[in-house]
Design a protein around this ligand. Structure first.
Ligand code: ATP
Ligand code: MG
Ligand code: MG
Ligand code: MG
Length: 572
């Protein structure tokens, strides 16, 4: 590829609506272009990354025995009515009508369609197991699309669906997919963690999420560094954790006696090391909200049910609190956006404060006032129903791991994949049966497996960037290597050497681009550093006179002189 014949369009500044690094850098690198809320054009450089992500997924899915097909984007409402999801999905499901007034869904996922395919095709247990997948556009009318490709409305997903004759078969298919996902995320070159995502209506662990580890992630992950235990916060909270604290119900009763020492008393009653708890909140908050927080006047930002308009802001102690009706009110009061309420004038994320653990912990630490114990800013009976005492039981760092093999740690992640044991819910609803060995009809045992293809781009960047731009892992980089000739159009020697090396690298299977745009070195380097190409070779007359080229890895602080003749071997 020659840069002069490709399309590169970089920006100095990110648009103001780009709140997190990956969104900012993708906009600046010209990888995506916004068309509407949560809807983007994948520009040529961005699309190259998407295609590489897809290629790795496709290879590993095929290797794992899954079979590719392609299901429609627009799906008849009747199928969705069969499973009840036409109503259950609510406003996230995008619905359209054709000229005859018939209703359709724009697919957010494809369980219904694949189950319809399979019920028409599969007759006998002899045809099983089967696993079908596709890589297809999805549409979810998200309540709050944001962060560029991270939470789009139109996005690309790889979704797979397995069909087995019995529970054991389904669990074996699930295991195969779990292992394929591990291989896929390893090949992406990203730090990731698989976590239990629910405790399994079907028995055992029914679901796992794959998360790319990043401090800006929306999800809290609970894990034990000294064992295999790992779960997302919701799953961890639902597990019978080793009792490090007294039962919440008792506690509620005791705390309802007013006290002047409030937090301390609550802490004592709940057997919580307040200094430790407070510290862990304070640390997180301080890092994110420097200057706003001190021990006397904590500003805690809580959000309810992922709806940022319901943010509650409280100062502790003193417990004054507000419920803001609109984002505008929050911006007016605090000079910054909800969800990103941070030091005024910066875009540092403080979502961590809205995280369930921290929020609930904060609720709990702050929740004692003259009237007893209750959640911050909430008047029971007026604002919300009576509290479920189980809500008081949160997972915090240092809790005993449920497996008894250590203590728990918490980190943040971005959900990039999800594998799920569905059982027979869909096959029963849609009467998708097969004939077993005794010739009796039985419902198919299903599993489903998703990967957020376009979200991977955002997640990879959140994990790999510096002040100059993106640092792509080589396996998914838009180009693996850029050749930067110094005077391609001026120096015969440089042109000749560059063209020779280009041909040799291509022959060696390296995805290489020549920057023949005639830019000054500074501007040229800045572009490629922003775009995040992991390897760069500079070809200049001075080096060539000594037979050398300059190699610099994207993370290297200095260039290395490499003999021109040995460059291909050096790269390989
Ligand atoms: P989330 O919790 O982030 O809303 P989800 O649990 O609703 O995701 P799934 O139904 O499990 O998503 O879909 C499989 C994968 O699709 C997710 O793991 C994620 O990587 C990706 N995905 C889901 N919603 C979006 C979105 N709005 N934009 C981009 N990718 C998405
Ligand atoms: Mg979702
Ligand atoms: Mg999720
Ligand atoms: Mg999910």
């Amino acid at each position: 590829m020659r840069a002069s014949r490709f399309f590169i369009s970089t920006l100095k500044d990110a648009p103001s609506d780009a709140e997190i690094v990956s969104h900012q850098l993708m906009m600046r690198a010209g990888m995506i272009k916004r068309l509407g809320s949560g809807i983007y054009t994948y520009m040529p450089t961005g699309l190259r990354v998407i295609r590489k992500v897809e290629a790795i997924i496709r290879e590993e899915m095929n290797k794992a025995g899954a079979i590719e097909l392609l299901m429609p984007l627009v799906q008849p409402a009747e199928l969705w009515q069969e499973t009840g999801r036409w109503d259950k999905m609510g406003p996230e499901l995008m619905r359209v009508k054709d000229r005859h007034g018939r209703e359709f869904a724009i697919q957010p996922t494809s369980e219904e369609v694949i189950t319809d395919v399979v019920r028409g095709e599969i007759k006998s247990y002899r045809q099983l197991p089967l696993n079908f997948y596709h890589i297809q556009t999805k549409f979810r009318d998200e309540r709050r699309p944001r962060f560029g490709l991270m939470r789009g409305r139109e996005f690309t997903m790889k979704d797979a669906y397995s069909f087995d004759r019995d529970l054991a078969g389904m669990q074996a298919s699930y295991k195969v997919m779990f292992d394929a996902y591990t291989a896929i995320f390893t090949r992406f070159g990203l730090k990731f963690r698989a976590v239990a995502a629910d405790n399994g209506a079907i028995g055992g662990t029914g679901s796992h999420e794959f998360h790319v580890i990043a401090s800006t992630g929306e999800d809290a992950l609970v894990y034990c560094p000294t064992s295999d235990f790992a779960a997302n916060m919701e799953a961890a909270e639902a597990m019978p954790l080793a009792a490090t604290r007294p039962a919440p119900a008792e506690t509620m009763a005791k705390v309802s006696t007013p006290s002047t020492t409030k937090c301390e008393q609550v802490a004592e009653l709940l057997n919580i090391d307040l200094s430790k708890t407070v510290k862990s909140i304070a640390l997180t908050v301080e890092r994110e909200m420097e200057g706003h927080i001190n021990k006397e006047n904590w500003l805690l930002l809580l959000r309810g049910d992922h709806d940022l308009n319901e943010i509650k802001v409280s100062k502790v102690p003193g417990l004054s609190s507000h419920r803001f009706a609109t984002e505008e009110e929050i911006i007016e009061a605090y000079g910054t956006r909800p969800g990103y309420l941070g030091p005024i004038g910066t875009q540092q994320s403080v979502r961590v404060v809205a995280d369930r653990t921290v929020a609930n912990m904060a609720d709990f630490v702050c929740g004692a006032n003259e009237e007893g114990f209750h959640l911050v800013g909430v008047n029971w009976g007026r604002d919300v129903a009576e509290p479920d005492v189980a809500d008081l039981r949160n997972v915090v760092e240092g809790d005993a791991s449920p497996d008894g093999k250590g203590v728990l740690a918490i980190e943040r992640g971005i959900e990039v994949g999800h594998v799920f044991q569905l059982g027979t819910a869909y096959s029963e609803a849609m009467k998708a049966t097969f004939l077993d060995e005794n010739g009796k009809p039985a419902p198919l045992q299903m599993g489903c497996y998703g990967i957020g293809v376009t979200r991977i781009l955002g997640a990879a960047i959140e994990q790999n960037y510096d002040d100059k731009g993106i640092i792509w892992p080589t396996s998914i980089a838009p180009f693996e290597l850029v050749l930067c000739p110094m005077g391609y159009d001026r120096s015969e020697m440089v042109k000749e050497e560059t063209d020779k090396l280009y041909a040799a690298l291509q022959a060696a299977g390296v995805d290489v681009i020549i920057d023949d745009r005639g830019l000054r070195p500074g501007a040229m380097f800045a572009d490629w550093e922003l775009i995040g190409v992991p390897h760069r070779v500079v070809i200049g007359e001075r080096g060539l006179k000594e037979g050398n080229l300059e190699y610099q890895g994207r993370r290297d602080t200095e260039a290395t002189a490499v003999p021109a003749a040995g460059m291909v071997d050096f790269i390989k």
